[in-house]
Design a protein around this ligand. Structure first.
Ligand code: AHZ
Length: 319
């Protein structure tokens, strides 16, 4: 038998599923035999390579000019992407994430609560999401416990995996992970103003090795609006805020202040804006830009700031 029968259409599997008898006298084109052994359709290795290469490089080709680039796929960047891409399905939204795993700090609620400590109470593994961000949780379909002034999602990974799957399923969104933004494209417009007009990219593994090799030049993506969501300072964080300083577009970094939940959340959400022409900033990167407090493990402001950043981007695009 030639093994071309699609798996789901296998007469044997269908007979098993429907509880009907398998006709053993007939030879079927199937991937599973009567004993339950699987046989795979033959494949050339090059088919696998080409299936990836064609799609990935077509995507890069198509997204070399995007409508909006979002830098950083943490809780703020992903919330922004979801709101932007669902509100404006006409926009080509391109997300760039330096890490292999998108999600930023939102895989854990606070402190490094790994599966080794699962025996601790669920509250210790939980991610606190203060209201009114619970409406966003309802919209994307993440269950939570209502604790009055705040709500609790039983595991941060439930939020992050859900929003990732929602965002990646949207037809106008692409995400390139393991891809770092190394620089900003900054042009002078007709009025002589400096304007962010896109990003300079490289594979993160290359970006981390510039000191060990001779020149490894980058690539570019142009876009009328860049949304920076790179988090507070760290090995890669606060990327655009720091670059704005070295490019002379921001006098100095405000530097993130100490933890104060009550001050931090409104400061981040209310401060979400186009900080320089062409660049909207969201999430904890703003604390470094503006010098506002950190809030620790409460993520409501990240969602609300992401949503506001999407609105600011639309406003700037439509202006
Ligand atoms: O890998 C970074 C992370 O996933 C990514 N990133 C940073 N620099 C990048 C670059 N190119 C591409 N140059 C880059 N990607 O940006 C993402 C930032 O996610 P995050 O979770 O660190 O930031 P956020 O603002 O979305 O969420 C902050 C969550 C925090 S931190 C905090 C505290 O410390 O008090 N409290 C909260 C709620």
């Amino acid at each position: 038998a030639t093994l071309t029968q699609p798996y789901d259409d296998s007469p044997i599997l269908l007979a098993k599923k429907n509880g009907t008898a398998i006709d053993k006298s007939t030879t079927y084109d199937v991937c599973e035999d009567y004993e339950g052994n699987y046989r795979f359709a033959p494949i050339e290795e090059a088919q696998v390579s080409r299936a990836m290469i064609k799609r990935y490089f077509n995507m890069m080709y198509e997204r070399a000019v995007s409508d909006v680039v979002i830098v950083g796929a943490g809780s703020a960047g992903l919330s922004c992407a979801y709101h932007l891409a669902t509100t404006r399905p006409d926009l080509k939204v391109t997300i760039l994430e330096a890490s292999v795993a998108p999600g930023g700090g939102a895989w854990l609620g606070g402190q490094l609560m790994t599966p080794m400590v699962q025996w601790l109470t669920s509250a210790l593994l939980a991610k606190v999401v203060r209201k009114p961000a619970d409406r966003f949780l309802q919209e994307i379909g993440v269950p939570f416990e209502d604790e009055g002034p705040f709500v609790v999602v039983k595991h941060a990974a439930l939020f992050t995996s859900t929003i990732l799957s929602r965002v990646l399923a949207l037809p106008n969104v692409v995400m390139m992970n393991a891809t770092a933004v190394e620089d900003l494209i900054i042009r002078t417009d007709f009025q002589g103003r400096q304007r962010v007009s896109g990003v300079v990219t490289n594979w993160t593994l290359v970006a981390l090795n510039h000191d060990t090799q001779s020149c490894m030049d980058p690539n570019t993506i142009t876009a009328p609006i860049v949304i920076s969501a790179t988090g507070h300072d760290g090995p890669m964080g606060a990327f655009s805020a720091k670059r704005l300083v070295s490019a002379g577009l921001l006098k100095e970094l405000g530097n993130m202040r100490g933890l104060d939940m009550n001050r931090a959340e409104p400061a981040i959400v209310n401060g979400t804006r186009e900080v320089t022409p062409g660049l909207v900033m969201t999430g904890m990167e703003l604390s470094e830009h503006d010098g506002s407090n950190r809030m620790g493990p409460t993520f409501g402001a990240m969602m609300a700031s992401g949503i506001k950043a999407a609105r600011e981007a639309i406003k700037a695009l439509d202006a």
